[in-house]
Design a binder for this molecule. Structure first.
Ligand SMILES: C[S@@+](CC[C@H](N)C(=O)[O-])C[C@H]1O[C@@H](n2cnc3c(N)ncnc32)[C@H](O)[C@@H]1O
Length: 316
């Protein structure tokens, strides 16, 4: 069998394509999987297919990682998805109440006129029948109380389990603090949930010797991020050509810490090519895989642009 050549981007699903990589050749695999949050490239996924895909990809690492190699997974350890079995209870958002009619007023009116329906109560109190229902039931009868709830679920434990199944161990964890994503502010303004502003990095290790070279970072770099559990890096502002890019700085820190010059770095969910670009700049080799041909082309384009920049930089 001919193995995948380094420094190329491949089209295919990593569940299968990764098995064409030379066994025990990858020093570091760094990736961000689909988050199952409704992006275009994960439209067909269910929670079950999402799990089995990740499980297979993680299992493949036991073949391709070299002993002592690392697998670093970036994801927000919290999945949010619609769960039709969750109780449909809507928050009573009293800050949105524009009408002065209170719940107590509606209850008193109903006590005095037990035979009135909500339309009659509305006429009596000078408000809409919707307000009557909201005050009595804490719901918006136009649909709020029928809306499926969003379930929030931790998923880092799944990754740990899948890795452990094939003898790959959780080694460490870091938190990446990004800027608050105000896209979700609509959601948070009607709940008590926080705006999404951090993600996790799960660092796994395949047993075997690995190199610790304190000279690979400067003293200041060790102090400011190399030995720190929390990394402050702004997220990518312009997700115009890919929906979910991570910043090059994130890939660069991971690559500098967990691999050496000349190593092979894999990203089985390469997207726009960020990991490959960073690997190239850090003088590592790379292999990237994506199931969408348009992203394979995009990654190749970005890598081409970046390498011509580098040539110019080296030239001048
Ligand atoms: C979160 S994005 C990665 C973005 C990337 N880190 C970047 O900076 O551009 C996940 C990518 O994985 C791809 N993908 C999803 N499932 C896949 C699979 N089973 N095999 C290969 N690629 C997959 C998607 O098409 C998407 O481009």
């Amino acid at each position: 069998m001919e193995y995948l050549k380094p420094n190329k981007i491949y089209f295919g699903r990593s569940e299968a394509k990764m098995l064409e990589i030379e066994p025990s050749s990858v020093a570091l695999s760094f990736w961000s999987p689909p988050y199952f949050v409704g992006k275009n490239y994960e439209r067909e996924e269910t929670f079950e297919t999402w799990q089995s895909s990740l499980r297979q990809v993680i299992h493949n690492h036991s073949q391709v990682l070299k002993p002592g190699g690392f697998m670093v997974i970036n994801l927000a350890d919290i999945l949010c998805f619609k769960d039709e079995y969750m109780p449909k209870i809507q928050a009573l958002n009293i800050s949105n109440q524009k009408c002065k009619v209170t719940r107590e007023m509606v209850l008193t009116a109903r006590e005095q006129h037990p035979d009135y329906n909500r339309y009659q109560l509305a006429e009596l109190l000078g408000c809409s029948e919707q307000t009557i229902d909201r005050r009595l039931n804490g719901n918006n009868i136009r649909g709020g109380k029928y809306q499926t709830q969003t379930r929030v679920k931790l998923v880092g434990n799944y990754l740990e389990k899948y890795a452990y199944e094939v003898g790959i161990y959780l080694y460490d964890k870091r938190v990446w603090i990004k800027d608050p994503s105000w896209v979700n502010s609509q959601w948070t303004s009607n709940t008590l949930k926080a705006v999404s502003e951090y993600e996790d990095l799960y660092i796994f290790w395949k047993p075997g010797e690995y190199i610790i070279d304190r000279r690979k970072l400067t003293k200041d770099e060790w102090k400011s991020w190399g030995s720190r559990g929390v990394w402050y890096i702004n997220s990518v502002r312009a997700n115009n050509d890919h929906e979910a890019k991570f910043p090059e700085e994130l890939a660069t820190r991971v690559i500098r810490l967990f691999s050496e010059v000349g190593d092979l770095v894999l990203d089985p969910f390469i997207g726009s090519g960020t990991t490959a670009i960073s690997a190239m700049k850090q003088e590592r080799n790379y292999i990237g895989i994506d199931k969408e041909s348009k992203y394979v082309e995009l990654a190749k384009k970005h890598i081409g642009e970046s390498s011509s920049w580098q040539k110019e930089l080296n030239f001048t």
